[in-house]
Design a protein around this ligand. Structure first.
Ligand code: GCU
Length: 385
């Protein structure tokens, strides 16, 4: 299906990519096309050459330069009772320290079958487990899984005036402007998810019965954008779930006129992405990458794309096409079956489509992380092929 050499976008503008795959009437970058020309032919070449090229391109053009590893990290037991545990993670960088909370809910008996690490951008998960909706701790533990909720507001406030006040200012001098290509909020949240994973790999976390090799990073909407970027960079997550992540999440950037555009997201949320991403306002075809390649970076981990039929702002069709456009890399791993019964839009709503490395569903209704989404996540053995 590769149309190698297609160097024109459909609108006639010069495309930034030299090799593209046709998808939904668009020419979308082929994730396997090497910057130097030619196409990846082996897993080894993908992992050694193409994967680093793409990660660099996403840092340079979309999410900004990822924060380095902290120079120090401490974990403090912040209380909690019964099957709930609260940990304060403190990270130190050259300019200072920042702390954020991870709340863990485990089943009352038995080891969890897996853990959902939620990038909780609403900061809404409290000490008492909720039974339904966005972060239904008791529903998750009742199904035999654990929930680990990362308070993303503490990692980086979701506010244009104060977003640096969490982890970013531990690495950059507070009195100076950030470099144009420095990470902003979404990347900081993704980085925070990796720090939560660091904790889940400790002996202290092991005492909860959590198996760190079975952790799904999950986020909804803006949290879903961060979950994808976390999963693309950090191969410790065997499952990566983007729920209604939309623009600069699962949605193809080249469908700029469908749903939320790059210029709209950059002007409404100027603190989410670096200045360098703003070069693509109104000019998505100039991006050297597209979001199908972000999904592809998760391979061979399971990528989960969940959309809602009436969520026009997130462009569910653009999320679906992006999912299809990630399949060539899964194919390289022998995991190319998307689970879909057809590549035609729209697929049936309310149905879980599951391949050995990719999962998709389209919920009826509007934007949200709802019980119906959790029913699918909890009921579809995400941690097995
Ligand atoms: C806004 C924004 C989206 C984002 C959403 C959310 O609608 O435009 O990009 O995904 O908020 O986080 O709920």
């Amino acid at each position: 299906m590769a149309a190698v050499g297609a160097d024109r976008a459909p609108n006639g503008a010069t495309s930034a990519v030299l090799a593209a795959i046709p998808l939904g009437g668009l020419e979308v970058p082929d994730p396997l096309a090497l910057d130097s020309g030619g196409r990846v032919t082996s897993v080894r070449q993908w992992e050694r050459q193409r994967r680093p090229e793409l990660l660099n391109a996403f840092q340079e053009n979309v999410y900004g330069t990822t924060l380095p590893a902290p120079t120090g990290t401490t974990y403090r037991d912040a209380g909690g009772n019964g099957s709930a545990k609260k940990v304060t993670i403190t990270v130190t960088g050259p300019q200072g320290s920042a702390s954020f909370t991870l709340r863990i809910f485990t089943p009352s008996s038995g080891k969890p079958k897996g853990t959902f690490l939620l990038i909780d951008h609403r900061g809404s998960v409290g000490d008492d487990p909720s039974s339904g909706g966005y972060a239904p701790a008791s529903k998750i533990t009742g199904a035999g899984y654990a929930l680990a909720a990362l308070n993303a507001e503490e990692v980086a406030p979701d506010d244009a005036g104060s977003y640096r006040d969490g982890v970013i200012n531990a690495f950059y001098p507070a009195g100076q402007d950030l470099p144009a290509d420095a990470c902003r909020t979404i990347s900081a949240w993704a980085w925070g998810a990796s720090r939560a994973m660091d904790y889940l790999q400790t002996a202290d976390a092991a005492s909860t019965g959590i198996d760190p090799s079975k952790v799904a990073v999950i986020g909804h909407s803006r949290g879903g954008k961060a979950a994808l970027w976390a999963g693309a960079q950090d191969p410790r997550f065997p499952v990566v779930i983007s729920n209604n992540s939309g623009s600069t999440g699962a949605k193809l950037a080249r469908r700029d006129s469908a749903g939320e555009s790059i210029s709209a997201i950059n002007s409404q949320f100027p603190h989410w992405f670096p200045e360098t991403y703003k070069r693509f306002d109104g000019n998505a075809d100039a991006l050297p990458v597209d979001q199908n390649e972000l999904l592809a970076l998760i391979a061979p981990g399971r990528v989960v794309v969940a959309s809602a039929a009436d969520d026009g702002n997130a462009d569910p069709q653009g999320e679906f096409l992006s999912y299809l456009g990630a399949a060539p890399v899964y194919e390289l791993y022998g995991l190319g079956n998307t689970g879909l019964s057809s590549t035609n839009w729209p697929p049936a709503t309310g149905k879980s489509f599951r391949g050995p490395g990719m999962s998709y569903h389209l919920r009826s209704g509007g934007h949200g992380l709802e019980d119906a989404d959790w029913d699918i996540y909890l009921g579809s053995n995400l941690f097995t092929r």
